[in-house]
Design a protein around this ligand. Structure first.
Ligand code: SF4
Length: 249
């Protein structure tokens, strides 16, 4: 089997969402997704070249021919961690949906993990693919897609339940994007699902960001939803997309 993958971008920045918010990571953005969320701003077109920062945090990019090999990626990670010892907390695989590439990631992760811990950002729907790689992961940030904000035609609750069961063998947290139309019933559904797996799993409420950049939920409604969740779970936090506030990638 090839050990190469199409990669959209490789860059160094501050994690702006969820459990690892504030940690500096090396982000590896993969190109495909199995969902079509209404608020998605990801460009899914597969480019001829992966864009990789020429130096970590430089915001200047240079092309790497696709598909990116494990050897190329390991060389880049080794250089960046040698140039900036201790600066990076972990490597974050994001998308798109990285688990669409689980076959290759199962080959990549053991070698990458010898350099830095691995964080997976996922839409939480592909539990069989997660089972292929979960033993190599240090952190999982799992989205649960709410009908009120993701605007998907399909209900994903059963997929999220199966996924969370598999993810619960490692350090998993759950993120939901909430907006003015998010009803209490959806929050209770999320809390019930988490409670049945492990009620100590942290839940992050992330205010929806509208296309113009404004917040898509009133403070009053946000606080109501937080209070409802906090009645069900001990670790509920509200964090907006901080990388937008910082103006980083
Ligand atoms: S899961 Fe993420 S990448 Fe995929 S469509 Fe939804 S927002 Fe976009």
């Amino acid at each position: 089997m090839s050990d190469s993958l199409p990669v959209c971008e490789i860059f160094s920045s501050i994690q702006g969402e969820g459990y690892l918010a504030g940690r500096r990571q090396i982000f590896i953005r993969l190109t495909e997704c199995n969902l079509d969320c209404s608020y998605c701003d990801t460009d899914f077109s597969v480019k001829t070249y992966c864009q990789a920062e020429s130096a970590p945090g430089s915001t200047e990019f240079e092309p790497i021919r696709q598909p990116v090999t494990l050897q190329t990626l390991l060389g880049l990670l080794a250089n960046w961690t040698a140039d900036m010892p201790g600066a990076h907390h972990s490597v974050s695989f994001t998308g798109g949906e990285p688990l669409l590439s689980a076959d290759i990631l199962a080959l990549w992760f053991p070698a990458i993990r010898r350099i830095l811990p691995i964080h997976l950002e996922t839409n939480g729907t592909l539990h069989a693919a997660l089972a292929q790689v979960v033993d190599h992961l240090d952190f999982i940030s799992m989205d649960m897609k709410l009908p009120s904000t993701a605007g998907l035609s399909e209900q994903l609750w059963d997929m999220h339940r199966l996924f969370l069961h598999t993810a619960s063998t490692t350090d998993v947290s759950v993120k939901i994007v909430v907006g003015d139309r998010t009803p209490a019933g959806e929050i209770l559904h999320v809390c019930d699902l988490i409670s049945k797996v492990n009620s100590s799993i942290p839940l992050f409420l992330q205010p929806m960001t509208l296309p113009g950049g404004e917040c898509g939920i009133s403070a009053r409604h946000l606080l109501q939803l937080q209070a409802q969740a906090a009645q069900q779970l001990p670790d509920v936090r509200v964090i907006p997309q901080m990388h937008r506030l910082m103006g980083v990638l």
